[in-house]
Design a protein around this ligand. Structure first.
Ligand SMILES: Nc1ncnc2c1ncn2[C@@H]1O[C@H](COP(=O)(O)OP(=O)(O)OP(=O)(O)O)[C@@H](O)[C@H]1O
Length: 127
């Protein structure tokens, strides 16, 4: 759990299409395969999770921390971690052809807090 997630944040389903991911991930494709299997109800072992642990997850992946920032009356969602879980959701989306709901832990944040992650790119974040 990060410093920001201790406390009052809530778990919600946010459509994958609404979550911005400004930082490009480095990926382990076997881990993503195992996560997709979990979501399809046929868990397999991965480096970060045994088959038994995945089965206990009951077809769900742990929620991904997502920053929620309000700007000029609109709500924006940003994911910085969870890169393998996002890829697993993308695979399901590509296989079904439909947007998918991502289990997220919503962390309310301000524009200046977002700037700590993206620096001078902050002005590009709300296009
Ligand atoms: N096959 C799986 N099925 C279910 N849960 C899994 C599976 N593999 C990993 N997990 C769980 O998913 C969570 C995130 O795993 P991990 O950190 O490896 O990936 P990530 O989504 O890239 O996240 P981050 O970028 O924050 O590291 C962990 O709680 C882990 O136990």
């Amino acid at each position: 759990m990060s410093i920001q997630t201790g406390g009052l944040n809530r778990i919600s389903g946010i459509p994958l299409s609404q979550i911005r991911r400004p930082i490009a991930p480095v990926l382990d494709h076997q881990k993503i395969d195992a996560m997709v299997s979990t979501m399809k109800g046929t868990p397999e072992a991965s480096k970060t999770c045994t088959k038994e642990e995945a089965a206990v997850m009951n077809s769900q992946l742990p929620p991904i921390d997502v920053l929620c920032v309000r700007d000029q009356g609109k709500t924006y969602y940003f994911g910085f971690g969870g890169c393998h879980r996002f890829q697993a959701y993308e695979r399901i989306r590509d296989q079904t052809g439909e947007d998918v709901e991502v289990r997220c832990k919503i962390i309310p944040a301000t524009r200046s807090q977002l700037k700590l992650y993206v620096g001078s790119s902050i002005d590009d974040m709300f296009n």
